[in-house]
Design a protein around this ligand. Structure first.
Ligand code: CTP
Ligand code: CA
Length: 225
């Protein structure tokens, strides 16, 4: 019903957005995760929907509630997120704002791992999670026309993000500096650089909602052109 009623420059466009962290269980009480409130991904989904897009919002366990007016798919792990993204395709565009855990433990324990006497430490083996952004960027058939990745970096942000864009094969990378000194992690503002074929475009520091609106407008322009 929503798709039929919606109007705006993105009406009739289907866009998949990933957001939030993933949680990779170690045992029933512990997990591995990245730091992510889900605020930026949620704002992007909201901004895309406001422009009339049909949004599938695939989210890990985020701190902020999902936006209204989008299809919400809640997942825990990277593998579930991949499955949900694949199920949501085909789409006109995909925006990967999730902070996906790079690793999971190779065998999750069904029972709680107990502390051992004498300070004996547990040994954990890790497995690498699927790279959802790279997988979708490199699809041979049915690839979304526009694939947008994120890169939260420290140190040489531009160099890391430019290399990441090439490695993944996505069209755009939204890069930001998450060094503790910037205060961006967990805050309401963001300062990003948009990297595309056209080069690097530095946006001034602004609210995450404003970043989201600008990005949605850019996406709308790219899909129209
Ligand atoms: N991403 C993904 N699936 C993964 C890891 C990352 O879809 N398993 C996506 C993120 O949502 C983001 C982009 O890839 O859009 C970059 O994530 P990042 O963690 O910066 O990239 P990595 O390749 O994991 O590199 P790093 O070693 O810097 O963590
Ligand atoms: Ca990573």
């Amino acid at each position: 019903v929503r798709a039929e009623l919606s109007s705006g420059p993105l009406s009739g466009r289907r866009i998949v957005v990933t957001s939030g962290p993933t949680h990779e269980p170690i045992d029933p009480v512990r997990y591995i995760a990245n730091r992510s409130s889900g605020a930026q991904g949620t704002a992007i989904a909201r901004a895309l929907a406001a422009l009339g897009a049909e949004v599938v919002f695939v989210t890990g366990p985020a701190d902020v509630p999902p936006p209204e007016g989008v299809e919400v798919v809640q997942v825990q792990t990277a593998r579930q997120m991949l499955e949900a993204v694949e199920a949501a395709l085909p789409a006109d565009a995909a925006v990967f704002a999730a902070a996906v855990a790079d690793w999971r433990v190779s065998s999750e324990s069904g029972s709680k791992i107990k502390k051992q006497p004498g300070g004996v430490l547990p040994v954990m083996e890790f497995a690498e999670n699927p790279d959802i952004l790279a997988g979708v960027s490199q699809m041979k058939e049915g690839r979304p026309g526009l694939v947008v990745g994120f890169a939260a970096e420290t140190d040489d942000v531009l160099a890391h993000a430019t290399a990441k864009r090439a490695r993944k094969g996505c069209d755009w990378i939204v890069a930001n500096d998450v060094s503790p000194a910037t205060g961006i992690m967990g805050g309401t503002e963001n300062a990003v650089v948009l990297i595309s074929d056209a080069g690097a475009e530095e946006w001034p520091r602004m609210g995450k909602d404003e970043v989201a609106r600008r990005l949605a407008t850019k996406i709308s322009g790219a899909l129209a052109g």
